[in-house]
Write a protein that binds this ligand. Sequence first.
Ligand code: PEP
Ligand code: MG
Length: 539
Amino acid sequence: MTGTPATGQELAGRAASPGLAAGPVVVVDRVVAGTRPAGDPDAEAARLSQALETASAQIAGLMETVDAEAAEMLEFQLAMLEDEELTAPAREAIAGGSSADAAVAAALDAAIAEYRASQDEYFRARSADLADIRERLLRALSGEEGAAGSMAGAVLVGTDLTPTRFLETDWSAGGGIALAEGSPSSHVAMLARARGVPMVTGLGAFDMSRLTEALVDGDSGRVRFNPDEAARRQHNERAEVLAREAEAAKTYLGRPAATACGVSISVMINVAVPEEVDALDPSHCDGIGLMRTEFLFHGPGGLPDEESQYRAYRKVLAWADGRSVTIRTLDAGGDKPVPGLTVEESNPFLGCRGIRLSLRRPDVFRVQLRALARAGCHGNLQVMLPMVSVPGEITEAARLLDDCIAELRAEGREAVRPPLGIMVEVPAVAVTPERFGEAAFFSIGSNDLTQYVLAAGRDSPDVAELGRADDPAVLALVASTLRGGVAARLPVSLCGDAGSDLAVLPKLLACGLRRVSVAPAALARVKAAIAGMRLGDDG
Ligand code: PEP
Ligand code: MG
């Protein structure tokens, strides 16, 4: 689609952040490089250095006003600004007679194109950070102020959106995002989900010149531009219903979850960065069912040391105040590459990811195991291994963990041996769970289990319809895992996104699931939905 969407026309893209938004359209255009003729190369090089300094100072200033998660993303941009490899082509072009503006635009456009063309969704998603840097530098070179101004309540429409443009926007009066390109795994999408800003990506190219108003449906991934009165009314009615439901759901937060027929369900939360728990009340959940640790490995400082990991783990254990906290060892690879650790593979989802990589890199794995064994002294810790496919992987990880504990104690340090459980996300485990009795618990990773059972990549929008967690084949494996857990007397939970999906959750409970770990933003509605369920009502 390349024309202006006709009045009321709906475009379909990828749902990147849930919820409904309606508002006037603000098109977020790329900044065009100034056409000022080049001065002498030394003066142009000095302008570039000045612009780099201004951009760094602006980002550092912005970091002070945002939360920890957003600050981490900005730190990534600061590191890129300091990376000489990024600016070297611009400096070369300046030495060859180019103006600083043209040199920056060309160098960054080339880098953005390279990131966008990457096979890897992670790098494609990071191209928005580079675009952000490009805009900021060009604005600094033209002497413009960095702030994008207030756009409260607007729907930002563009090819892509930069993370700092998101952070500079006032979302207090609502608003949404509709992008021709972009990705649900970009930093902007993560920010949008954390802030509750509805967002749709991948709408395809369309003419943005005559758009006045937009209705964004971040649940279905649809956007209606220049809507007629009927569409506007329908949208507002649905938004009111959703807002009422969200308000009502909050009353369930402080109560233990139980179905209408009286069956208790343990509802835990998934945590991606330790700072996420700061805004949450631990009494609203039954602990942390999954703490991902990949965030530790994405910082600008390279692979994290034992102390920084220990501090991060201890922080969430202290927050949980005795409730169970399940920390997963590094799940790098697949859609989560870690520079300096993962390798380029033709099919990374079937390659060296999760526990496979950790066992091949005991030098890195041991640092994490030591930090975990030390943190375990300060709370109710369980350790979970991702991507286990054969029992020997548990045996080997347990041997390394025991060895690290012996080493720590020999050094006179306190350490405990946390229970070691596994993610059930490779079909081999779900088909024959009885072979994995060495694990202390099972946690079903429905995101990966679904993609592997249906051979439908979780990062591929073209096969998203196939990759449904409530496909009978996936549910059969959930049931098989639960039977295996009962037979081996192991607790079984589920920590994939299916637990937060109210269309799938009843089917999971009908399979016998009684422990689920969900996105913090979904906690209230999941508990409210459970309260309305009668087992057997799954249809
Ligand atoms: C899963 O696969 O369901 C899961 C929870 O892990 P991740 O999404 O981090 O791969
Ligand atoms: Mg997984």
